[in-house]
Every structure is written in structure tokens, then in C-alpha cells.
Design a protein around this ligand. Sequence first.
Ligand SMILES: Cc1ncc(COP(=O)(O)O)c(C=O)c1O
Length: 444
Amino acid sequence: MSTASVVQQNRDYTLTSWSAQGSWNPIVFDHAEGVYLWDSEGKRYIDWSAQLVNVNIGHSHPHVVKAIQDQVAKLTYVQPSHATEVRGRLGEMIAEVTPGDLTKTFFTLGGADAIENAMKIARLYTGKDKILTRYKSYHGGTFAAATAGGDPRRLGIEPGVPWIVRLPDPYAYRSPIYSGRTQEEGDLIVAELIEEIVLQEGPKQCAAILLEGYSGSSGIMQPSAVFWSRIQEIVNRYDMVLIVDEVMSGWGRTGEWFGIEHYADVKPDILVTAKGLTSGYVPLGATVVTDKIAAFFNDHVLQGGLTYSAHTLACAAAIANIEVYRSENLIERSRELGKVLRRGLMDLAEKHPVIGDVRGTGLHQVIELVKNRTTREPLSPFNAPFTEPMQKINKTFKEHGLSTLVRWNYVFSTPPLIITEEQIQEGLAILDAALEQADPYYQG
Ligand SMILES: Cc1ncc(COP(=O)(O)O)c(C=O)c1O
């Protein structure tokens, strides 16, 4: 089948996400290995975003491929009230690698439904209604999860569910709260505002604060440790639970098993994860709770279920993934190669004044592009179509064979954790060529 026919058939018979369908003009991918993808014409692309920041162990890893093949030949599916060896084994492995007292997992199909179940569990457990979340956050595309994320992806379904309350962001680069203040000073003020919001909303109505363990697709705006310590205090003081979303920031992405581990004082009551749990080989999500919350459900019904909860293929894929994270030291690797990536991005920032800010850690970084470093005017406006320079950047990526996430004026660098130093330099060279296209638009 010709490439054009494949595109046509996809357009004729399928719908795509987050887009007006008429503008969908996809690349047809044929196969992938490691950090590379090949399109149907044989052109190679470096996967600079690990797709949707999920293919952490890289494409076609033989250990995971074999685990899935072995499992499919043995037992493909049983309904979720039955037990299987892979389900129990995976639950135990998740308890081993997650922080604090997190011990029991409810399995879902991906991030959004794991968030839905986390919110449901928090509401059932506390007997309270409201869930507090950040504006600059994303928690999934289903109805309540989309309301929870303050990111503009919620706008199509507004007003959404009525029990979400949104919180200000620790966005040091742009929030006026930080003007003339250090990151820590600004973070403390944002945390004070959050406590004030809890008081205004009524602590007896507030069930949980839900935050990404390490900020992701909204632009990697991450606070300092003082913010998280204050959030933990607020949660404790008002008998709320802390739900930490590690869908994107889990599994070594930031150089720790989970992003929240950058903050020693924080103890999630519920941790939600997906993406790197299976690196996308089979869909799987997980809502992990503490002993205390799990004990509550010993004599209260856990009101929830999914036909494909704890699917055996997904469990087998996740076990094999965790084995790869361990045997290939991918968590440490992300931490170390993150330093190489950061150095490279800082070098690019010296050369290209359009880079206004570089944020993130490990293999989880973003550059924010501006027209002017003093005014910080974005090179492409928030929540609006790409301006000409961003279109040129995207075109250069495609021409030079680099696939990554670009949103508004952000360009993400979140490659698979198996990337080598040489491959990082290869990606950075393409970023350099793309930024050259944007340089003439700088108004310094
Ligand atoms: C932080 C975060 N939470 C939740 C989700 C939703 O996950 P899924 O797309 O698997 O439903 C995402 C997806 O990007 C995410 O980044």
C-alpha cells in the first residue's frame, strides 16, 4: 500500500486526538528500534520525546517483546476478579519501587482512568468532595480527569465536573508572584495562597490535593522543596489526602524512580502512574495506595472496575520493563545523561537568544522560546496556533528526522532513557539547526 493510501485510509476511517480532523496530515511510521523510528519511505527519525514521554526503555526491547510473547501463548486474559501470577508479582514490584508506604495497586488501562480511580478513592476514603489541582497541569482526557487538569485541553468539555478547584502555579519564569523574589520566596507565597484557597473552599469539603510529582506537558514548571513541604503540611492539617500524578514523571524520567522523590519530606497517599510502567508496549495504568487507605477498603466497597484491569499481557510487559530499568540502571542513566542534555541545551541558549528558559532535570527537559529575553514575550502565544517561527522549527525537525513534542513556545527534550551520549549530540545538532530558523525573529 502506498504511503498516500495509508494516510488516506487513516483519515477516511479513523479520528485523531486534540485536532480539527481536516488539518490532520500524519507521518506514516513503519517500524522502530531503540531511539529510532522509520517511516514508510525508509526515512529515519530520532525519537526525541519517547513518543508521548512514555517509551522510556526505547522501542522493540527484546526482553519485553519476549515477555509479552511468552504471556500471550500461556494466558492472554482472565477477568479481574481472578488472580494471576503476573498480577501479584507486578503489584509486589510496584510496592518495592514506589516511595513511602504505598503498597496496593488498582490496575487500569492508562493514566486518565488511573486518575479517575485515584479521585474516586480519595473521595470515598475521606468522605469529602473537592479535589484541588494546578492550572498548569494535565491529568488525562476522560471527563473528570480532563476537568482536573487545568491545561487548555479541558476547555472543550467545560464546565466539566463541579468538584474540582484549581490552584495557582509555581511558575517562576512568568508568574508575577515571583517578580523580584527568589524561587523559594515565590513558592512559599503560592503555597500560602493554596492554604487560603483550602480555607475558602472549606477544609471539611476538601478531599485531596492532586499534583504532578514533576510537572510535565504543561511546561515542566517545578517548584522547590519548600513548596512541597508546605503542601504536605496543608494536607496533614486539614485531613486531606495527597494524590501524586507520576504518569509522566515516573519510571526514571527525571533521574529518580518517581519525580516526587526529589522532595524528601513528601509522602503520597495515592500515587498514580502509567506510561513508562510498560513503556507503551501494552496499555496499563496503576493507582497505588498506602496500607492505611487499602485497609479502609477491607470493609468498604471499592466502587470501580474495568474489564481489562490487570490484563495479563500488560502485567507481563510491566514486569519485564521494571527488570530492564533495574538491569540497565536506567534511573541512574537518566540522571547522568540529563546533565549532558542540560549542558547541551545551555550551550544552545548561549548561541540562540530565542531560548528564554531551560527547565527540568534528568531526561525530562524543555526550552521556552521568546521574542525577547527582557520582555519574555513568547515566540508563539499560549493556547494559539503556531506562529511562523514555530512552524519553521517544526518543519526543520521533520526534514532533519527528529520527532518531538512542541507546544506553543515550548520544545520538549524527553528521549528514551536508553539514549547514548552520541545520540544526544545528534538530537542537539538538529535542535541547533531548527533554532537557526527562529533566530531572525528575535527582537533583542
Ligand atoms: C501527568 C499526566 N497524567 C495523566 C495523563 C493521562 O494519561 P493517559 O493519556 O495514559 O490517559 C498524562 C498523559 O500525558 C500525563 O502526562
